[in-house]
Ligand binder design. Structure first.
Ligand code: FAD
Length: 484
């Protein structure tokens, strides 16, 4: 290919993985044209719809993304879903097939995150009311259109959060936080109204293992410990070494916070939370008054093979425990799914791990039988992945950024090194080619970056009238109706 041939890259997903990879490639390849496809009319993925509203500083990465999007080499195509097999967010959503991207770009980056959730697979989970996934609940308070109608039932006093990662602690904090603090954030208005009426007094954050094995980090635990007028029920001290000084520094500091607890005691304040260890959910139960709603959860009591080993496994003890559960939040992880058209494109999706097979640097790979006894791994030319769809749903924005840079470097290396891509010589027409082909549903409904800026401006104006950072639109039809 000629040295000045433009490089057309389609990015699927506008979260941190998509933006940071685009940034890296745009910085290092002269004459690159990036088209970023986003299923929602609004950008930023979990930065907008996952990160808790009382963590505004975490959203500062959006300034960098705005800088990327301001480049003449970048085009945002919001409200365009690629190869999605799920229902459209709205009847007005534009839909494009993966095959269309493959025919019209030199390269396609899969950075569409993880928009499903893992299930527990226990009785009552899908039949009883009052059990929500943390993903839905987080989406609800963050104004994700798909979850806006959730209306979680917060009329009871006892909440159980299953899982002990940072998302579980976000859920607990949102249930216990002073409503006047939340009022100043960009929390969705419907959530604010309902949380203001919440009767929840006790939140149990339950894990199969102990505090030494939990996935949460110090910042999130400390925030809960600092909530005014919210007490913490002491942890089972036998699960944490007596002598904290012997622990590695990060773990020592975390365990100090867990052991120290809060200034308030459960006796002098109605609101409290706890970390409940060594409990594996077994069954959700209703009660005699209402057979359709969850009332309690039965757990298997587990035993750690080695209480202080962060990697320790657990065994069932044969004993069980029932905890009152007026409402349950399942926080056991997000999950990616395959896009329609993967098989034809030669993309292999690991259903168990929920990731696209790749070489670790983001080059999409597939196993090919060599006709004899074995199989070899081959790169799928022009296809790359980054972020949660590459790594699985773990890690923060900073780690997603580093991962995206690694993928970006692989793309740059391959392009500048003359590797095989989807087209053979700077002829890829990009979005204009797809529009010209026809075959898109609602092709004229794609949202540009300027359109997003209009939505952004209105959200900020609506927010400032109420003393908040922004008031999000939570309905895609509304979003589309305000752009001119
Ligand atoms: P995402 O951010 O999920 O972006 C994927 C994008 O792809 C989305 O916009 C989605 O709409 C779009 N998409 C999906 N399917 C399609 C399709 N078919 N076609 C087109 N577009 C599609 N990290 C921190 O550093 N600090 C925090 O406080 C923090 N809080 C978090 C709270 C929660 C509840 C969660 C779940 C995560 C949190 N994280 C936090 C982690 C951080 O959000 C992730 O590391 C990061 O967002 C992953 O980036 P991604 O681009 O891979 O995925």
């Amino acid at each position: 290919r000629s040295a000045d041939a433009p490089f057309r890259l389609a990015v699927v997903g506008s979260g941190p993985a998509g933006f940071y990879t685009a940034y890296r490639v745009m910085n290092r390849v002269p004459n690159v044209q990036v088209d970023m496809y986003e299923a929602l009319p609004v950008p930023f993925g979990l930065v907008r719809h996952g990160v808790a509203p009382d963590h505004p500083e975490v959203k500062n990465c959006q300034d960098k993304f705005e800088e990327v999007a301001s480049s003449p080499n970048f085009r945002f195509l919001g409200n365009v879903s690629v190869g999605s097999s799920s229902e459209p967010f709205s009847p007005d959503q534009c839909r494009v097939e993966l095959q269309q991207l493959l025919h019209n770009y030199d390269s396609v980056l899969l950075a569409y995150g993880a928009s499903e959730d893992k299930k527990l697979g226990i009785p009552g989970e899908s039949t009883l009311k009052g059990i929500y996934s943390a993903r839905q609940f987080v989406g609800w308070y963050n104004g994700l259109p798909d979850s806006a109608g959730l209306e979680p039932d917060l009329r009871g006093e006892e909440a159980v959060v299953i899982g002990q990662g940072n998302v579980a602690l976000d859920v607990a904090r949102m249930l216990l936080e002073d409503i006047d603090v939340l009022r100043k954030t960009d929390i969705a208005e419907h959530a604010l109204e309902q949380l203001a009426q919440s009767k929840i007094r006790r939140v149990r954050v339950v894990g199969r293992r102990g505090p030494m094995q939990a996935a949460f980090t110090i910042k999130e635990v400390r925030e809960l410990m600092k909530l005014p007028k919210v007490a913490f029920h002491p942890v089972n001290r036998a699960l944490i070494p007596e002598d904290l000084k012997s622990l590695p520094r990060a773990q020592k500091r975390l365990m100090e916070v867990v052991v120290k607890g809060t200034a308030s005691s459960p006796n002098d304040t109605p609101l409290s939370w706890s970390l409940d260890s060594c409990l594996s959910p077994r069954h959700f139960l209703a009660n005699a008054e209402d057979a359709t709603r969850v009332a309690s959860t039965e757990f298997d009591i587990t035993q750690l093979d080695s209480a202080f080993d962060p990697k320790s496994r657990v065994q069932p003890t044969g004993k069980t425990l029932i905890l009152p559960s007026d409402v349950v939040f399942r926080s056991v992880g997000y999950k990616s799914s395959a896009l329609r058209g993967f098989a034809e494109a030669g993309v292999q999706f690991d259903e168990r791990r929920g990731v696209v097979d790749n070489d670790g640097l983001g080059r999409v790979t597939r196993l090919v039988s060599d006709g004899h006894a074995g199989a070899s791994t081959q790169q799928v030319p022009g296809l790359y992945c980054a972020g949660w769809v590459k790594l699985g749903p773990t890690g923060v924005i900073a780690s997603t950024m580093n991962d995206a840079f690694a993928t970006g470097d692989a793309i740059v290396y391959d392009w500048l090194g003359g590797a095989a891509f989807l087209q053979s010589g700077g002829t890829a027409p990009g979005w204009d080619g797809i529009r010209g082909e026809g075959g898109t549903v609602n092709g004229d409904k794609a949202i540009s970056w300027d359109n997003w800026r209009q939505i952004d401006k209105l959200e900020k104006e609506k927010g400032s009238a109420k003393g908040k950072e922004r008031e999000k639109f939570t309905d895609t039809t509304q979003m589309l109706s305000v752009i001119s």
